[in-house]
Design a protein around this ligand. Structure first.
Ligand SMILES: [Zn+2]
Length: 603
C-alpha cells in the first residue's frame, strides 16, 4: 500500500512552548522560575508553626512552581527526544534537574509543616476553600509526614544513601551494563554478545537461537550470582531498616502508598489471578502446540507465534485514517479530539536520524497542550502506538481544567486511557468488512500477546519478591536460596505449561526491576492497570456509548482519590473483591478463545 509519493509522517509544532531554546522568552521564563522558587524556599524556612491559610498558600505556590518546571521539562523532553545529539538540550536538562531538586526541598518543608496540625486542625485545613480538589493530595502528604524519622535522621539517611543504598543499584547497573556472553548460533558461529541484546534474542523466532541466548546468558549471570545476591540483600535490608525506623508496619506499605492502593485490593487482585492461572496458561499451551513441543521452556515464553500472514503496511495518512475511523465509530469525542491534535501538528512521527526510540505522550500544564512522540515506520504496531499515545493525551486533556495536584495520577491508573484507546483501534480493525482470516488471527494475536506477561510473569515476580522480603527480615538470603525461591514461584504460577527443569533460576539476577532503588515492588501496578483496562473495555462493549460519560468521570477522578474511591465513586465497582478481577480475567479469556478460533476455523 505504501508508495514513495505518499506524504511523510507528521513532524510536530513546538512553537507554543517557546520559539526556540535561545529565545529571550525561554531565558526569561527560566530566570523567573528560579527567582520565585528561591523566594518560596526562603518564606517556607521562616514559618515555624504555619497557620492553615499560610500552609495552603505555600502549597498553591508549590503547585504553580511545579507546573512551570513541568512546562520546561516537557519542552526539553520533546527537544531532546527529537534530537538526541543536541548538547544544548542536555545542559539545559542538567540545569532543570537542579530546579527539580529545589522543588523537592520545598515539598519536604511542606510535608514537615503538616506535622504541626493535629487531627482537628487538619480537618479544618482540608475545609479551607484553598484546599478544594486537593484533599487527596494533602492527605497523602500528611501520611508521608507520619512515616518520617526526625529531620536530622532523614537527612543522614539521604546523605548515606548516595554511597550506600543507591550505590548498590548503581553497582548492579554498571555490572550488567558491561556484561557480554558467549553465544553459539545454530550455524556454529560464535560471538560475544552484549547482555543488552539478550532480550531480543530471547524473542527470536528460531528456538535454537533463543535457547543459545538463554544458556549463554545464564552462565554469566550464575558467575555474577553472589554479587547480585549481595546487592539484592543490601537493598532489601536497608529498606527493612528504614521502614522500621519510620514506623512502617510492612514492606508493602510504601509501594501501596505510591500506587494509591489498599492492601485488600492487592490481595483480591492476586487471589483472582491465582484462581485463573489456566486462562493465560491456555495461550501458552497454544504456543507449545504451534511449535510442536509438549510444554514450553522459559526461553519460549517470549517467542513470537508462528503465524503465516503478511504484515500489512500503512502510509502515515492511512495509519491516521485507521485510528480516526475507529475512534469516530466507537467514541466520537475522542475522535474529535484526535482530528484536532492531528490538525494542530501535535504529533512527531517522522522516521529520521538522531531521534530517540520508543514513544511517549507529554504535556504542558502552562499551555494545557499535549504532544505525542513516536516514529512511524508503517507497521500495524506503529498504528497501535499512535492510538495508545492518543489515549494518554486524551486522559491529560480530560484533566486539563483541574488544579495541578488533581492532574497527577498514580502509576496504577497511568495506562488506563492508553490501553482503552488501543483496544478501540484493534476492535475497529477487527470489524473491517474486508478482514481476511489471516489478518484476524494476526490482530487477535496482538491483542492477546501480553496477557501471560501480566497474569503469569508479573505474579511470579511478586511472589518471589514478597517471599524474599519476608525471609530477608531474618537475615541475609543466600544465592542458592534466591534461585530456589525463584524456581518455586515459576513452578507454582506457570504449572505444567512450563516444562519441568526448564525454569530460569537466575531470573531474579537478570531482571533489572528487582534492583531499582527509586521504586520498590515495581511490577504490580502494571498488572493492576492492565486488568482494570480490560474491565473498562468489557463494560463499554456491554453497555455501549452511555458508559463513556462514567468513563470520563473516572479519568477525571484519577488524581483526586485512591484507586478504590476513583473507581467506586464514578463507575460503582468494588475493586476490593476478587470477583471484580475474575470478571476482567475472563474477558481476557474470551479474546484468547477468539484467537484460538481464528487459528482453527473448523473448531
Ligand atoms: Zn503507555
Amino acid at each position: 500500500m505504501s508508495t514513495s509519493s505518499a506524504p511523510l509522517p507528521q513532524t510536530w509544532d513546538l512553537s507554543s512552548y517557546f520559539p526556540s531554546l535561545t529565545d529571550p522568552a525561554y531565558v526569561d521564563f527560566k530566570l523567573r522560575l528560579s527567582a520565585d522558587l528561591k523566594a518560596a524556599l526562603a518564606s517556607a524556612g521562616s514559618a515555624a508553626a504555619p497557620t492553615a491559610g499560610g500552609w495552603i498558600r505555600l502549597f498553591t505556590t508549590w503547585e504553580d512552581l511545579g507546573s512551570r518546571a513541568a512546562h520546561l521539562g516537557s519542552f526539553l523532553g520533546c527537544q531532546g527526544a527529537a534530537d538526541t545529539s543536541s548538547e544544548r538540550v542536555q545542559s539545559e536538562e542538567a540545569a532543570l534537574a537542579l530546579v527539580d531538586a529545589e522543588l523537592a526541598k520545598l515539598k519536604t518543608r511542606l510535608v514537615l509543616q503538616l506535622r504541626a496540625f493535629d487531627d482537628n486542625a487538619f480537618v479544618r485545613l482540608l475545609a479551607d476553600p484553598g484546599a478544594a480538589n486537593a484533599s487527596h493530595t494533602i492527605s497523602r502528604l500528611r501520611a508521608e509526614a507520619t512515616y518520617q524519622m526526625p529531620v536530622e535522621l532523614e537527612a543522614l539517611a539521604s546523605d548515606l544513601g548516595v554511597d550506600g543504598f543507591k550505590a548498590w543499584g548503581r553497582l548492579y547497573d554498571t555490572l550488567s551494563g558491561r556484561m557480554t556472553f558467549a553465544m553459539t548460533f545454530p550455524d556454529g558461529r560464535q560471538e560475544q554478545v552484549p547482555m543488552a541484546q539478550r532480550r531480543a534474542l530471547l524473542s527470536h523466532p528460531d528456538r535454537a537461537v533463543r535457547q543459545a541466548a538463554f544458556v549463554g546468558g545464564n552462565k554469566v549471570w550464575a558467575a555474577a550470582g553472589d554479587t547480585c545476591a549481595a546487592a539484592l540483600n543490601a537493598l532489601a535490608g536497608t529498606r527493612h531498616t528504614l521502614y522500621s525506623r519510620r514506623g512502617r508496619g510492612d514492606f508493602l506499605e510504601a509501594p501501596l502508598h505510591d500506587a494509591a492502593l489498599s492492601r485488600s485490593t492487592l490481595d483480591a487482585l492476586f487471589a483472582a489471578i491465582a484462581s485463573r492461572y489456566q486462562v493465560p496458561r491456555r495461550l501458552l499451551s497454544l504456543g507449545a502446540r504451534l511449535q510442536k513441543t509438549p510444554a514450553l521452556a522459559w526461553y519460549d515464553l517470549d517467542a513470537p507465534r508462528p503465524l503465516n500472514q503478511p504484515v500489512p503496511t500503512y502510509t502515515w495518512d492511512e495509519g491516521v485514517a485507521a485510528v480516526q475511523s475507529a475512534f469516530d465509530a466507537s467514541y466520537p469525542k475522542l475522535g474529535h479530539y484526535f482530528r484536532d491534535i492531528v490538525a494542530k501538528r501535535w504529533i512527531e512521527a517522522e522516521k529520521r536520524a538522531h531521534k530517540r526510540s520508543g514513544a511517549f505522550q507529554t504535556s504542558s500544564p502552562v499551555t494545557r497542550e499535549e504532544r505525542i512522540f513516536m516514529t512511524f515506520a508503517g507497521t500495524v504496531n506503529d498504528v497501535v502506538t499512535l492510538a495508545h499515545e492518543a489515549g494518554h493525551a486524551w486522559h491529560t486533556h480530560v484533566l486539563a481544567g483541574l488544579r495541578p495536584c488533581a492532574r497527577e495520577y498514580p502509576m496504577t491508573l497511568a495506562e488506563t486511557a492508553s490501553t482503552f484507546a488501543e483496544k478501540i483501534l484493534v476492535h475497529g480493525l477487527l470489524s473491517e468488512p474486508s478482514l481476511t482470516r489471516d489478518r484476524r488471527a494476526f490482530l487477535l494475536d496482538m491483542e492477546t500477546n501480553h496477557t501471560p506477561a501480566y497474569l503469569l510473569n508479573i505474579p511470579v515476580r511478586f511472589l518471589f519478591e514478597s517471599r524474599f522480603y519476608e525471609e530477608r527480615k531474618r537475615g541475609v538470603v543466600p544465592t542458592s536460596r534466591l534461585c530456589e525461591l525463584m524456581v518455586q514461584a515459576q513452578r507454582e504460577v506457570y504449572g505444567d505449561v512450563l516444562a519441568s527443569g526448564e525454569e530460569d533460576p537466575w531470573f531474579w539476577a537478570s531482571k533489572l526491576h528487582f534492583f531499582i532503588t527509586d521504586v520498590s515492588f515495581y511490577n504490580f501496578p502494571y498488572t493492576f492497570g492492565f486488568l482494570l483496562s480490560q474491565a473498562l473495555f468489557a463494560r463499554f462493549r456491554k453497555e455501549g456509548p452511555s458508559f463513556l460519560t462514567r468513563y470520563e468521570a473516572f479519568l477525571q477522578a484519577s488524581g483526586r482519590a485512591s484507586c478504590e474511591d476513583a473507581v467506586q465513586s464514578t463507575l460503582g465497582w468494588d475493586i476490593r473483591t476478587p470477583d471484580f478481577w475474575t470478571e476482567a480475567i475472563d474477558a481476557c479469556g474470551e479474546a484468547i478463545n477468539d484467537f484460538e478460533g481464528a487459528l482453527n476455523p473448523a473448531r
